[in-house]
Structure formats: C-alpha cells, structure tokens
Ligand binder design. Structure first.
Ligand SMILES: Cc1cc2nc3c(=O)[nH]c(=O)nc-3n(C[C@H](O)[C@H](O)[C@H](O)COP(=O)(O)O)c2cc1C
Length: 157
C-alpha cells in the first residue's frame, strides 16, 4: 500500500473550528473530518477523537458550532488544534442561541445540535442537525492539505 498519510490528504477537506460547551464551559477544537451527510434534515457529521477534552463537553452539552476557516487562517487552525483549557483567549467569540461559541473571524458558521453518535474505529462520528447557518464574509476556504502535518497525523497510521 502507498503512503496513507499522503494519499488521505488527496481527499479534500476544509478546516473548521468546532465550538463546544457543556452549558458552562466554552471551548473549541480544530477539525478537518467534517461533511454534509443529509439534505432533509440538513445534517453534518464530525469525526472526533473521544480522548479529546472537547468530546466530553460535546457529549455533555449536545450542541456545537462548525466555523469555516478561510485561506490565511493557518494560525487559528493550529491554535485550536492543540490541547489546553485556555484556548478561548484567542479569537473573537460570541454565543449562539443554543449556547455554543461561534468564531467571528470565520467565513461562515453552522449552529448545530447533536442528533446521534456512531463508532468509527478510534473516533466517534457525531451526526449533527444544522439549526441555522450564517455567512460572515466572502473568502476561499482553508484546505486541510495546506496544513502540512499540523495535526501530527503522519505518525498515527
Ligand atoms: C488541521 C487539523 C485538523 C484536525 N482534525 C481533527 C478532526 O477532524 N477530528 C479530531 O478529533 N481532531 C482533529 N484534530 C486534532 C484536534 O484539533 C486536537 O487534538 C485538539 O487538541 C483537540 O482539542 P482539545 O484537546 O482541546 O479537545 C485536528 C487538528 C488539526 C491541526
């Protein structure tokens, strides 16, 4: 088999910051494994490592935002792609009606409610209903393939 890390990066993904809350704590993490999976109802699926602190909050709160990063927002992607409980000091955050934080600097954001989870190997798939979608500014999306090895994934196969 050829190099999976290189070839998986040929499958196009954007880069997103996922805002989560348990109803008290606001937090966020970077994700590339995000996709639309239904028209009616509109559903997005996120693949999340259950070891992440963000997963605890997502499970507890059952809500999230999917914030679309634009070209040039590499530093934001890298910042939220690290663990640490003080990450929300970076970025301008507001609160959606369901309580999840959304990022003003993003191109657009989706306000979501978790519908259900499915197991996927070492990750969980959170299938999320889109409650609202908001365009914030024009721009081209940041692509996962342009992030190099910012997520350290080359060592994980
Ligand atoms: C470009 C990029 C893409 C990432 N994609 C995902 C992803 O799709 N799912 C996931 O669980 N983690 C992904 N990560 C890793 C998490 O963002 C990272 O482990 C982060 O520390 C999790 O945040 P937390 O520990 O504060 O919960 C990605 C990281 C980067 C830099």
């Amino acid at each position: 088999m050829d190099n999976l890390d290189t070839l998986f990066k040929r499958i196009s993904h954007g880069v997103y910051v996922i805002g989560v809350t348990d109803g008290t704590v606001q937090h966020a993490f970077t994700a590339a494994w995000v996709m639309q999976v239904s028209f009616k109802p509109p559903l997005l699926a996120l693949s999340i490592n259950p070891a992440h602190y963000s997963y605890q909050l997502l499970q507890a709160g059952g809500v999230c935002t999917v914030n679309v990063l634009g070209l040039g927002q590499y530093a934001l992607a890298a910042h939220f792609g690290r663990s640490g409980k003080d990450k929300m000091a970076v970025g301008e955050w507001q609160q959606s009606p369901n309580g999840a934080p959304w990022l003003s600097e993003s191109l657009a954001y989706f306000d979501c409610k978790v519908s259900h989870y499915t197991d996927a190997g070492d990750h969980k798939i959170a299938v999320c209903q889109v409650l609202s979608a908001t365009h914030l500014r024009p721009g081209q999306p940041l692509l996962y393939a342009d992030m190099g090895d910012a997520d350290g994934s080359s060592g994980l196969y």
